[in-house]
Write a protein that binds this ligand. Sequence first.
Ligand code: CTP
Ligand code: MG
Length: 402
Amino acid sequence: MEKTATKTKDKAAPFYAVIVAAGSGARMGADVPKQYMNIAGRPVLRHTLERFLACPGLRGIHVVINPAHRALYDAATAGLALPAPINGGDTRKDSVFNGLESFSKLTYNDTILIHDAARPFITPAEIAVLVDSIQTYEAATLAVPVADSLRHGDQQDDAKARAFVDRKGLLAIQTPQAFRYGVIMESHNKADPANEWTDDTGLASAAGFDVAVVTGKRQNFKITTADDLEMADNLMRGTDSMRTRTGMGFDVHAFAQIMGGPVRLCGVDVDHPHRLYGHSDADVALHAITDALLGAIAAGDIGEHFPPTDPQWKGLDSAYFLSEAVRMITDKKGEIVNIDVTIICESPKIGPHRAKMQERVAEICNIAVDQVNIKATTTEKMGFTGREEGIAAQAIATVQVP
Ligand code: CTP
Ligand code: MG
């Protein structure tokens, strides 16, 4: 039977996952096992885990590692919500088995996926189709038809390249592979120890279970050699590895009627009879921008990071808050695409200061001037801004994060 990995269901079916990452990457031949090497600035394992963690149906995930790599593992997974890793074994099969056993509380019909850490291009959509197929089948794997011609041979010796293999009907098997928990446990328990199993659906077939084949994508290749790592790095750096995210911010500050100007807006001091009242310098526009950036990376809001009750922020230049939000984006290897601000007030007039404000915001955010837009509006003398009781500002920011 064949399915195509394209759709996701309305309500995600629950599943568990074992990620095997205990190999040494001998064919890569690097100092560090391949799953801990960086592609697009982050370890292969982290990319893989983030894709699983993005699946709404995921109920539990156990990563199997070589305990000798614990420090590499800790660095690669910092900040991810994961239980302690499971120790692997000498062969992939042993590592898988340890991972499966660590889920001993599962029942026969629970769905479990087994995936190679070295395949970071897996998508939540493909995972969802595999999980769904276990509603009907006992086991399922992603696979792609073999595209290249095949022959036996020895890379070092042309003369040894003789016997051709007909590629028709041949499938290259990928992971994830999905199983009913009882099916894969039984398959492992029955497995012939003399056989070097590299594929868990092979074990299931040998134990007499039917394996459904879900057509996968070539992009879900397994990083094996240095050549693969280079390809993976290029692919991961491609545009679809960056997600576009948007955040909005809104802030209001009242005029301090008894204190003289200027007002500070977008980091620029503008003449005005009164300054704005606030704990910091009350730069309402920079506060709105800061909130928009924090919003885009799901990092809460300005009050959470810099509580107004904390004396250390008293009278502070709000450029500091904004630059901290920018730093949080940079820490995530993200980039600001653009910022758009609307200042809402009857006075001061913003137009004459617009260019200076644009430059200052660009400078604080470390982006180009044409990535920042400043505009202003009145509220036609209506409401608190119309009565000149204070100034409001709205901002929207777009960022790209890996
Ligand atoms: N794996 C594992 N335990 C092992 C061997 C492999 O958990 N004893 C994992 C690898 O970390 C990898 C996946 O199984 O994520 C697929 O194996 P493979 O691509 O062969 O990785 P390595 O064994 O690390 O590479 P090599 O065969 O080149 O040494
Ligand atoms: Mg191996």
